[in-house]
Design a protein. Structure first.
Ligand code: DLZ
Length: 507
């Protein structure tokens, strides 16, 4: 029988140099918009639109390069809901007898993929994803024998490996990490540069219609859709950010401002995760701005650390720890997700702003995700599985390999300290320090407890009291617990009573 290979490209594998495309320059390609992928969690409408539109544009790009592409548009083929269905159709209709695919980013799909050969009766080659800077074996070697896995040390390895921000064997400027310089609040009246918009072209308009028809009841809105959907648009967005945002990105990377969802953030996470931008190339372009004297080291290092350090670290960790990782629940938190995570209807301005941006743009920046919605979920004892699902649904950049360690490990500490060394728990004082939200809020950030107090304040202390057995011995929590011990009894009683009342009425 003649060899007839088919290359399957997933919705987050939109990279011309992808291993599977490089493996056979002539083989036809299959891409499919699938009900199972669009609804295994109820993804935000803009996320589905972004994936579908970017897939359609990528298919056009491959065709222009001379590839044959079989593209199954959403609903075009009856009973084709999964990747296995789509491949089976191609095997039957076109006679393909071998499949080439690059490994997926998600555990559930890898499990599925490993059964395809037996299920479909064809040879299936699953190739490593060559878009990461460290492969699985390299991460495993680094992790082997270590009691604790800490991003900072892995990041240094990646700096040495790539030579990024290095001066011989030493870090440029003498320090590996300039995070302490990256915590400024936005000055009053300061206006960050506008986001670059990519108005929907005909392909995207068609996709928006499909999403409206089939997924109109998923979270979010479509009217503010402005995501880059091609590699060249993604590069344009990056260039805009390099020119107008990078110089101040470091200073204001942790700041929050009402009505300003994007501030100085790059908005490139979704493009990188879909494969429209290459992470190493992005880092090199950012580094060049430092060498050209156009951006300070704290900004450049802070950004590169997110991509070269954090992104690679959590990807390695996800594959090292799955599937047990997703089931851990260190604090035994079980409270259901309150309705306002979807509706945005809450009197707490910080939550309203973060969830409002999430609904409008399928985006919120890292401090909103970590210190507002994530911090609230941690302090209120929300069930990690429900919180993880929400984050996976609502953000355009969210794929489980990147979302899960960030939410489950970093924000919720549900892994008991695999990703981070202590929970990122904070009271309203942190949000007040980093934002203008509290000034306009119904709740009073200076009140520790009572009906008018900021719920973050009493939930914070109540969380520490509830989990003293698990956190009291953590050396990084020593000062916090010493402060708790100095708390007068009446304040402690007030904090606990307010937390109990608040949590009881939380739906
Ligand atoms: C996220 C997503 C969505 C919404 N839809 C599709 C799709 O219809 N077809 C497809 O190939 N990929 C889609 N994706 C991305 C996949 O879910 C993603 O490739 C896996 O989760 C692995 O990371």
């Amino acid at each position: 029988m003649a060899d007839k290979p088919l290359i399957l490209i997933l919705g987050d594998q939109l990279t011309p140099t992808l291993a599977s495309l490089a493996a056979d320059k002539d083989a036809p390609v299959l891409m499919a918009e699938l009900a199972d992928e669009a609804s295994y969690v109820r993804h935000h409408q803009q996320k589905i639109a972004l994936v579908f539109s970017a897939m359609r544009h990528f298919a056009e790009h491959l065709r222009a390069q001379g590839r044959t592409v079989f593209f199954l548009s959403y609903g075009a083929e009856k009973k084709i809901n999964s990747f296995a269905d789509a491949i089976a159709l191609m095997v039957k209709r076109e006679g393909f007898n071998r499949l080439i695919v690059t490994e997926p980013g998600e555990w559930r799909l890898m499990q599925d993929m490993q059964n395809w050969s037996a299920k479909l009766g064809i040879e299936v080659a699953i190739l490593p994803d060559n878009r990461f800077i460290a492969d699985h074996a390299e991460f495993e070697r680094w992790a082997d024998g270590k009691k604790q896995l800490r991003m900072e040390f892995f990041y240094r390895e990646m700096r040495r490996k790539t030579g990024l921000l290095m001066d011989g064997d030493e870090p440029l400027g003498g320090q590996w990490n300039y995070d302490s310089e990256n915590r400024k609040k936005l000055p009053k009246g300061h206006m960050p540069p506008p986001r670059l918009h990519f108005p929907p072209d005909e392909i995207t308009q068609n996709v928006l219609q499909v999403v409206k028809t089939h997924f109109g009841n998923h979270v979010g809105t479509l009217d503010k859709f402005a995501w880059p959907v091609t590699a060249s648009q993604a590069q344009e967005q990056l260039a805009h950010w390099l020119d107008f945002c990078l110089p101040q990105f470091g200073d204001y990377q942790d700041a929050m401002k009402s009505g300003e969802a994007f501030l100085y953030h790059g908005l490139v996470g979704a493009s990188i995760n879909l494969g429209l931008l290459d992470p190493l190339s992005v880092c090199r372009q950012v580094e060049a701005r430092y060498h050209d004297g156009q951006a300070p080291l704290n900004a450049v290092e802070g950004f590169i650390r997110q991509i070269l350090g954090w992104r690679e670290f959590i990807r390695g960790l996800y594959w090292l720890k799955m599937p047990a990782y997703a089931d851990s629940n260190y604090f035994d938190h079980t409270r259901p997700l309150p309705d306002f995570y979807y509706s945005g209807e809450t009197d707490m301005v910080c939550l309203r702003e973060a969830i409002g941006a999430t609904r409008d743009y399928a985006y919120a920046h890292h401090i909103q995700r970590l210190m507002v919605t994530g911090n609230f979920a941690l302090l209120a004892g929300l069930a990690p599985s429900a919180v993880n699902q929400w984050y996976l649904e609502v953000y355009a950049d969210a794929f489980e390999w990147v979302q899960l360690p960030n939410t489950h490990g970093m924000a919720l500490f549900a892994d008991g300290g695999v990703v981070g060394s202590k929970p990122y728990a904070a009271s309203g004082a942190y949000i007040n320090r980093m934002s203008d939200h509290c000034a306009g809020c119904t709740y009073k950030v200076k009140e520790p407890y009572g009906d008018e107090a900021c719920p973050f304040n009493y939930l914070y202390w109540d969380f520490l009291i509830r989990h003293r057995d698990k956190l009291g011995g953590n050396p990084r929590m020593g000062m916090v617990y010493r402060n708790l011990d100095k708390m007068p009894d009446d304040k402690r009683d007030g904090v606990q009573a307010s937390a109990k009342k608040f949590l009881e009425q939380l739906r």
